[in-house]
Design a protein around this ligand. Structure first.
Ligand code: S3P
Length: 202
């Protein structure tokens, strides 16, 4: 069974080499990052995977590959419902993978089936940030179909975040990335994942 364990260097930071060895533990499930756009899922997911020697996947990128065009084009040509269906199929295809960090699209937890699927095999980490910080991070906004047509993007970010709050709350761990550097956020996520008490994954 996975043992929560912290290996620190002399300054009290986590030693990256030890971190890689510990995260090789086969009994540790995958790690899925959920949360609103601009909270750092893709960047931090990539950094965590690199640090642990795990594989990294991004559900938006997998949907783009599957359909053959960008997320913005999928929304425009086929509509949101079609995009959500592709997203659900992509999530299903990840269920048998191991030692993978999964960055999910911001709307993934709004479908119960997606949450059930992720909870089968992943520790779920909910990344949050202040709406003002998110607005800065999501530029250029035309690449974000859920915000691109909003007359007041900040108000729309607040509205969508509050609408999705309960869906995001399916997570095991929550972290606000507003004031953290990517390196600080990565260390914090690692600490939290290591301290995670295994629940029944099925
Ligand atoms: C969406 C978030 C996007 C992408 C799509 C819809 C959403 O992913 O899946 O534009 O509904 O919040 P990111 O959160 O990775 O930007």
């Amino acid at each position: 069974m996975f043992q929560p364990l912290l290996v620190t260097d002399r300054r009290g930071g986590i030693n990256p080499r030890a971190s890689r060895t510990l995260m090789r533990d086969q009994s540790l499930p995958n790690v899925a990052l959920i949360g609103f756009m601009g909270t750092g899922k893709t960047l931090l997911g990539r950094m965590l995977a690199h640090r642990w020697g795990w594989r990294f996947v991004d559900t938006d990128a997998l949907v783009e590959q599957k359909v053959g065009c960008s997320v913005a084009q999928i929304f425009e040509r086929f509509g949101e419902e079609y995009f959500r269906q592709q997203e659900t199929e992509v999530l299903r295809s990840l269920e048998n993978l191991h030692r993978v960090v999964i960055a999910t699209g911001g709307g993934v937890p709004t479908r119960t089936d997606n949450v059930i699927s992720l909870r089968r095999h992943a520790v779920i980490v909910w990344l949050t940030a202040q709406p003002e910080v998110i607005l800065q991070r999501v530029q250029p906004i035309h690449t974000r179909p859920k915000l691109a047509s909003a007359a007041e993007p900040l108000a729309e970010i607040r509205r969508l975040m509050s609408e999705r709050e309960t869906a995001y709350a399916c997570a095991d761990i929550r972290l606000d990335t507003s004031t953290l550097s990517p390196e600080e956020a990565v260390e914090r996520i690692e600490e939290l994942v290591r301290g995670w008490k295994p629940r029944n994954l099925t």
